[in-house]
Design a protein around this ligand. Structure first.
Ligand code: PBG
Length: 325
């Protein structure tokens, strides 16, 4: 025989498990949470079954579930009660994210709170910065993003995750955090963020659909690969501690490139559309949710992700726990 016998290593479950190259672990997962103003609110997002808007009085239940499942971190998104053209609720001391952060750090000091730093949920026009003559003004937006990041750190956020895609945001935020004494608060930068259709369900959840135009003058063209490397390199040079690639599933090649070209932890964002797609197929009985989700997330780790942000985090944590029992 002259051919190789690859099936030798696949014969039994024990053998397969010994030669497994990639393992999914709850320690890698970040669960996104949407907090809203008001009381007694727990509303499911229609396009994201299982994902809810939660008011602060309801939040302790979610936090204890997350902790019980051993999930180490949450990514916090705020849905404010009021919006204006400068997104002032994003950097208000009593803003929804600021209050939620304080509460979570009291309830669960060890749970990492990652604050998403952006303006689009807070602006009435739904863009991620300030508008001048119909165009998102880069440099003016930076000062508001710095204010947002500093107020989040002051509220106790452990990590700042700027998702706005303005040029120079990492440098500006790093400088702002340092000047306010937050030298030890890391930046998890949404360095490589594509202008993607896969964010549709999130925009329902966060009420952040742009009221005119689109995000293509600041988010990246899905056709581009070298541009992703330029973005990643800029952010590392400006002081990013971790880099996010987003979305993950259609951009696994980019995840691998960023892993190979940089030496900081790389984060895959398994976005809302990727979640909705699998949920819908599973609800129709067209896919097995558990197997498909695990395959999808394992592929992100295999592509080079150290950390995965996913709306499936609680499900995965539960499945992994069941397997151990
Ligand atoms: C805010 C932001 C978005 C997402 C995370 N932060 C939406 C957008 O850029 O339109 C998307 C997350 C998801 O789809 O799960 N800028």
């Amino acid at each position: 025989m002259t051919f190789d016998r690859h099936r030798r290593l696949r014969r039994t479950a024990t053998m397969r498990s010994m030669v497994k190259e990639t393992t999914l672990s709850v320690a890698d997962l970040v669960y996104p949470l949407f907090v809203v103003e008001g009381k007694h609110i727990r509303n499911e997002v229609a396009s994201m079954p299982g994902v809810e808007h939660v008011s602060l009085d309801e939040l302790p239940k979610d936090i204890s579930d997350i902790q019980e499942l051993g999930i180490p971190a949450i990514l916090l998104f705020g849905v404010p009660g009021a919006k204006d053209d400068v997104g002032s609720q994003a950097y208000a001391d009593e803003g929804i994210v600021q209050r939620a952060t304080k509460l979570i750090k009291e309830l669960a000091p060890d749970l990492l709170v990652i604050a998403d730093t952006c303006l689009c949920q807070y602006t009435d026009h739904g863009h991620c910065g300030i508008i001048h003559d119909g165009y998102v003004d880069n440099d003016e937006s930076l000062s508001l993003l710095v204010k947002t990041a500093v107020s989040q750190a002051a509220a106790g956020a452990d990590v700042i995750a700027p998702s706005n895609m303005m040029d120079g945001f990492v440098q500006a935020i790093r400088q702002g955090l340092d000047e306010h004494g937050f030298v030890d608060v890391p930046i998890m930068s949404y360095a490589v963020k594509y202008a993607s259709s896969f964010y549709g369900p999130f925009r329902d959840a966060a009420h952040s659909t742009p009221q005119f135009g689109d995000r293509k003058t600041y988010q990246m063209d899905p056709a581009n690969r070298l541009e992703a490397l330029r973005e990643a390199v800029s952010d590392v040079n400006e002081g990013a501690d971790m880099l996010i690639v987003k979305p993950a599933l259609s951009f696994l090649d980019i995840l691998r490139d960023v892993r190979n070209e940089t030496n900081v932890p790389v984060v895959a964002y398994n976005v809302s559309g990727e979640y909705a797609m699998i949920k819908a197929a599973a609800q129709n009985g067209w896919l097995s949710e558990k197997e498909t989700v695990q395959e999808m997330l394992t592929s992100m780790k295999r592509a080079g992700a150290d950390i995965i942000i996913t709306y499936f985090a609680k499900d995965v944590a539960r499945w992994l726990k069941e397997e151990q029992e």
